[in-house]
Design a protein around this ligand. Structure first.
Ligand SMILES: [Zn+2]
Length: 477
């Protein structure tokens, strides 16, 4: 039996918008100040979760609230289960909205609100898809569970709790990224390298790096850097300082960034650099203020741990986006090259240095091997590994039935080949062993997730609804 899911979804337009507007009107930013028993992420998030569960109840589905951490709406019977993973929490709103972020506004076929595309709009489209399937009366042999998370934008505690009280299905998809589908995601190694303080000489005859600070998040390219340096008496004259200022400017200019050197008047100099921030999974898109500054300072005759710190930043980490100088370079077909971001770089003459890296490794390599390589490399760099956190990668092979099925459905609806995509970061689908991120953003459309004036195109949400309905049917029949 074939069914026109597209027509069925388009017929839901009014009813969908009727339900979407109040849903988007709930401010579901995590707010721990209003957290309480059964509402671990605050009132708004709890309300948004209840909203979907109530809809499910009213439409005759089995529903359950899992202590406010997550919930589900379920359809069908059978041992086997298909998971569809959505979330109701949203990120903060920032400034500059044309219309208030929690007063949904429709302009030009787009609905504007925080959560319109990430992820309440798609979550409700998936809910409607489940309802279309139920109303169609088509026989299915598995259960389909719409799993509703509440902490996707922060710590994924929702999924942690879910696995404590329920068993996550192995197979499914998550409407929280892009079409056609993302089947592979890099994993992460997050080491902090420590440099012990070794003050070579503290007298006025040498250059001293008093302090250095750049970056505040491991997974972002540092935008700013500040260093305080003390000069040897011999170099502390106006002409020498002017020369230094000039060569620093040339260095910054050559790297396409800005900054300055300001004499402290007490034999010290303050160096400032302003780079270009970028996401840590794409360090090559930014300009790392810290390593750019260090690659200048490293020309000056520092010694001891000053030198160790600057060497590491300048000779190893500066523009080493793919871990070549770190000795970690590798790549795979699914997710491409390993990347390295030097995210937090600090040094204090008395306390030593600390360098926090965010390494993203290809989905199909064994991270242990690379952790070992890093451990071997550390003594050569005169550093110790103070801490190290890894998170696993995610990979569903191309020939897995879930990919075959979703590809077919996608092609049916769009006439386009379902090219498989990969991601440098984690999508919600990673929670399921054989889970892929499947929509809602169509190729070529701009992602407005997390941005000011977030919107979703209503026709695209309806297209996604039809695709999800057919996907649910095909996976569960
Ligand atoms: Zn999301």
């Amino acid at each position: 039996m074939s069914r026109n899911w597209k027509e069925a979804a388009v017929a839901q337009k009014e009813s969908y918008l009727d339900k979407l507007i109040p849903f988007l009107s709930i401010n579901s930013i995590e707010d721990l100040t209003t957290a309480s028993e059964g509402k671990p992420f605050g009132e708004g998030v709890a309300q948004a979760l209840e909203y979907l569960l109530k809809l499910g109840e009213a439409d005759g589905f089995a529903t359950k609230n899992l202590d406010g951490y997550a919930g589900y709406v379920e359809y069908g019977e059978g041992e086997e289960e298909i998971g569809v993973l959505v979330h109701v929490d949203v990120v903060t709103v920032g400034e500059g909205w044309t219309t208030p972020p929690f007063e949904p506004d429709i302009r030009d076929g787009k609905i504007y609100a925080r959560g319109a595309i990430d992820d309440k709009g798609p979550a409700l489209a998936a809910y409607f898809a489940l309802k279309l399937l139920k109303d169609s009366g088509l026989p299915i042999s598995k259960r389909i569970r719409l799993i509703i998370g509440t902490d996707e934008e922060s710590g994924w505690l929702c999924m942690q709790h879910y696995t404590k009280v329920e068993k996550l299905p192995e197979v499914g998809f998550s409407p929280d990224a892009s079409f056609p589908m993302i089947h592979a995601e890099k994993g992460q190694i997050n080491p902090t390298l420590a440099i012990a303080p070794r003050i070579a000489s503290n007298d006025s005859s040498s250059w001293n790096l008093l302090s250095f600070a750049s970056g505040d998040q491991g997974n972002s390219v540092p935008e700013k850097a500040v260093a305080i340096v003390s000069l040897p008496a011999a170099a502390d004259d106006e002409q020498a300082i002017r020369d230094l200022q000039e060569s620093f400017q040339m260095h910054l200019f050559a790297h396409g960034v800005t900054g300055e050197v300001i004499p402290g008047g007490d034999g010290s100099l303050r160096f400032f650099a302003k780079g270009l921030p970028a996401h840590g999974m794409e360090p090559f898109k930014g300009k790392n203020a810290g390593t750019i500054m260090a690659s200048f300072l490293n020309r000056l005759p520092f010694a001891g741990s000053d030198r160790t710190f600057l060497n590491l930043l300048s000779d190893v980490l500066h523009e080493d986006y793919y871990g070549e100088k770190l000795g970690l370079a590798c790549a795979d077909e699914a997710t491409g090259r390993l990347t390295v971001n030097a995210g937090i770089l600090t040094y204090d003459r008395n306390e030593g240095g600390s360098v926090r890296l965010n390494i993203r490794y290809p989905a199909t390599i064994n991270p242990e091997e690379y952790v070992e390589k890093l451990k071997e490399r550390a003594p050569q760099l005169d550093v110790t590994i103070a801490s190290l956190r890894t998170s696993r990668s995610h990979y569903v092979p191309k020939d897995h039935p879930v990919i075959q099925t979703l590809s077919r459905v996608y092609t049916n609806h769009t006439g386009e080949e379902a090219t498989l995509l990969s991601s440098g970061g984690a999508t919600y689908a990673k929670s399921l062993k054989a889970g892929v991120a499947f929509g809602p953003l169509f190729p070529g459309k701009k992602s407005m997730a997390h941005l000011t004036d977030e919107y979703a195109e209503i026709d695209d949400l309806l297209r996604a609804m039809a695709i999800y309905a057919e996907a649910m049917y095909e996976l569960a029949k």
